[in-house]
Ligand binder design. Structure first.
Ligand code: CMP
Length: 132
């Protein structure tokens, strides 16, 4: 996902460009907005964390871009490309270093495993919205 902070700041194009230039292929994509209930469901793994309320309110506060990306070793390579959760700790040149403003408003989300990537893809997209 490109998160509400980065969409609002007009960074959709720059972020997608960096993603595709790094060898990721877009299999599905849409501009959409999560309801608070959607965000709570998407991030339910974090429901015991102190930041769950802040996270889910922020993620439902404005439009996001959801996408399914394909590449060999995609999960690990995408996490390298986006950088650390906290942009202050993200490496130079990473998407979060360039576009994130805080640990909460950190521009992008990437799946943390192939298993979760499948769950998150199914959360956002119907089968007919996903291309080979
Ligand atoms: P994301 O990759 O979307 O997965 C969970 C999100 O929780 C994470 O990025 C951060 O944006 C958010 N997060 C993690 N720690 C904090 C925190 N201390 N305060 C607010 N949000 C946080």
């Amino acid at each position: 996902m490109i998160k509400p902070d980065a969409v609002k700041a007009g960074h959709i194009g720059a972020i997608l460009n960096q993603i595709t230039e790094n060898g990721f292929r877009i299999k599905a994509m849409k501009l959409t907005q999560l309801t608070l209930a959607d965000a709570k469901k998407f991030y339910e793994i974090h429901q015991e964390r102190p930041f769950y309320g802040e996270l889910t309110e922020f993620m439902s506060s404005g439009p996001i871009v959801a996408a399914i990306l394909e590449k060999d070793n995609a999960v690990e390579d995408f996490r390298k490309l986006i950088g650390s959760t906290n942009p202050a700790e993200a490496e130079e040149g990473t998407i979060r270093k360039k576009f994130a403003t805080s640990v909460g408003e950190n521009a992008v989300h990437g799946s943390d495993s192939d298993e979760n990537a499948k769950i998150e893809a199914d959360f956002h997209f119907a089968g007919r919205e996903v291309f080979g």
